[in-house]
Design a protein around this ligand. Structure first.
Ligand code: MN
Length: 285
């Protein structure tokens, strides 16, 4: 087994997005534009509804998948496919925009809180214009792997040991885990060789890779940790324990042309998306 080492640390940067939502962005920011196949990672979270109530009114997407994972509060959504509903605490929505979707995402507090993540996963050229679809994953259907020394992992996508996540048929072959490690515990997590992998530390502190062997420095939340290649990630939880997303996927190695909510391979395809929006032909049945 080859241990993966930390190759980059990203301090999330504050961003104002949508109609005025305060976010912490770690992929698609100044420090890290693209982590093939991951195009964006936003961490939203506030005890102040003024930071998010304006939400994300009706907007288009093409060529990507958007993955919303809620920790607290809800996001009310509605889209051009006729779906409408709420993504609640612990729920996941894996939306494949394909050739085009229009949707609205409106964060609402529950017990005064609204916390969660949105990840954008790229689609390969051959699937960028596929039929749009949703996978709605209620919290109750997300299995939890109970590992050694009290380590727990919610398996949203991919497989950990014999526990398989409910999200299926995603081109990037992603693994999306929400991992909690008790104070001081050292644990090794398998990650498929050749896949791009990152951890997003959002509670507590942890040390990764060769730092896990020392008992000195740990990375505190919130921080994005990018790994080099290998078969496993070794983590040591800090004094207060650590909770992080561990996400990996197969890199596409294709050119990207990005314009706001559209990510295609060429500038011409971006121009076509804008033209389709203007002509009212963006969303097709
Ligand atoms: Mn959206």
């Amino acid at each position: 087994m080859t241990e993966r080492q930390v190759i980059k640390l990203v301090q999330p940067e504050p961003v104002l997005e949508g109609a005025g939502v305060r976010l912490k962005r770690s992929i698609a920011g100044r420090a890290l534009d693209y982590l093939d196949p991951f195009l964006l990672l936003d961490h939203f979270g506030s005890d102040n509804p003024a930071d998010y109530l304006a939400g994300f009114p009706m907007h288009p997407h093409r060529g990507i998948e958007t993955v919303t994972y809620m920790l607290a509060g809800v996001v009310r959504h509605e889209d051009s496919l006729g779906n409408a509903g709420e993504i609640g605490a612990g729920d996941v929505q894996w939306m494949t925009a394909g050739r085009g979707i229009m949707h609205e995402e409106m964060p609402r507090p529950l017990d005064g809180k609204n916390y969660g993540f949105q990840l954008w996963v790229n689609l390969p050229a051959k699937l960028k214009m596929c039929q749009p679809r949703y996978q709605e994953i209620p919290h109750a259907t997300i299995p939890e792997a109970r590992l050694a020394d009290g380590v727990r992992a919610l398996v949203i996508a991919g497989q950990l040991g014999d526990v398989r996540g409910p999200v299926t048929d995603i081109a990037a072959d992603p693994t999306y885990l929400d991992i909690t490690i008790p104070p001081g515990v050292v644990h090794a997590l398998p990650v498929a060789r050749g896949h791009t992998a990152f951890a997003y530390v959002f509670e507590g502190q942890g040390a990764f890779g060769e730092q896990a062997a020392a008992s000195t420095s740990a990375i505190g939340a919130p921080r994005l940790v990018v790994f080099g290649d290998g078969d496993e990630v070794v983590v040591r939880a800090g004094e207060g324990g650590v909770r992080f997303l561990l996400v990996s996927g197969k890199p596409l190695g294709e050119p990207i042309a990005r314009y706001g909510p559209f990510v295609m391979n060429t500038r011409q395809e971006i121009m076509k998306a804008l033209e389709d929006l203007r002509n009212g032909t963006f969303v097709q049945d």
